[in-house]
Ligand binder design. Structure first.
Ligand code: GLU
Length: 257
């Protein structure tokens, strides 16, 4: 299928390559692929985490309590760093990046929703890349989406994306925890109107939290996005040229139709 609008979500583990630092070669490679898609007239929105991790790196790994204010402070330090990296990298490929910071409130208040939608439409039509993150500074418990998987699902609805790609460090969604069960099978397609129970269980059933810890939010996000008409692919961001190959029609990991 040919895609017009794709939302790509990159998580902290992808941005840091599992380390405690921003993994520049990794970001260069991802932006190269995003630019490849833009060269082919696909409109890209990028939902990116990593502000807190970048802030922590810049402050030289301070000992802070895990409270929201500590993370908000780190995010305030790291977000501009993240943006300056994206601005520079996209510029190398001849594209402009822009910053969009949103909270849950912006999706439930009609006026904010429409403003955000108009802004995103305007940017996409100008072939500028919206680089989107949660507005951590003001996002306290009541107005937080809390994770960028959910954010990327709402953004997919906002821009009317054909496809949401959730890049992770796993191959996709398994019917049980692959780290605990060597027989675990990759779930390739989910196209029933309701996501089957075993999928929810496979995503949340990990007692250790290893590997599948983030899968539950991904399934929830996929459920939200597909209800708004966006197909979702959960796949491994380490696969060479993954975004280019997806845009060229290949399918990877788990696809929700
Ligand atoms: N907004 C947070 C950050 O940029 C990340 C939220 C998430 O990991 O989903 O660090």
């Amino acid at each position: 299928m040919a895609y017009d609008r794709i939302v790509v979500k990159i998580g902290t583990s992808t941005i840091t390559g599992g380390s405690s630092q921003v993994d520049m070669p990794r970001l260069i490679d991802l932006v190269r692929q995003l630019a490849w898609m833009m060269d082919r007239k696909i409109q890209i929105s990028l939902v990116t985490s990593g502000a807190v991790a970048a802030g922590r790196e810049l402050l030289n790994y301070p000992h802070l309590s895990k409270h929201i204010p500590g993370k908000q402070m780190l995010s305030a330090i790291g977000q501009p760093r993240l943006m300056s990296i994206y601005m520079d990298l996209f510029r190398m490929y001849g594209y402009l990046a822009s910053q969009i910071l949103l909270t849950r409130r912006d999706f439930v208040q009609r006026r904010s929703y429409l403003n955000a939608r108009n802004t995103l439409d305007g940017l996409l039509n100008q072939r500028v890349v919206p680089v989107i993150n949660e507005n951590d500074t003001v996002a306290t418990e009541e107005i937080r989406l809390g994770d960028n998987d959910t954010m990327s699902a709402f953004v997919s609805g906002l821009v009317g994306a054909d496809l949401l790609v959730l890049l992770t460090d796993q191959e996709g969604l398994f019917d049980s925890n692959p780290e605990a069960n060597p027989e675990a099978k990759l779930i390739k397609t989910i196209d029933s109107p309701e996501i089957p129970e075993f999928v929810w269980e496979g995503a949340g059933g990990s007692a250790s939290g290893l590997g599948t810890g983030g899968m539950l939010t991904k399934v929830r996000a996929a459920d939200i996005a597909r209800r708004m008409g966006t197909a979702v692919m959960i796949t491994n961001g380490n696969i060479p040229d993954i975004l280019i190959r997806i845009a060229a029609g290949e399918r990877f990991g788990t696809v929700f139709r």
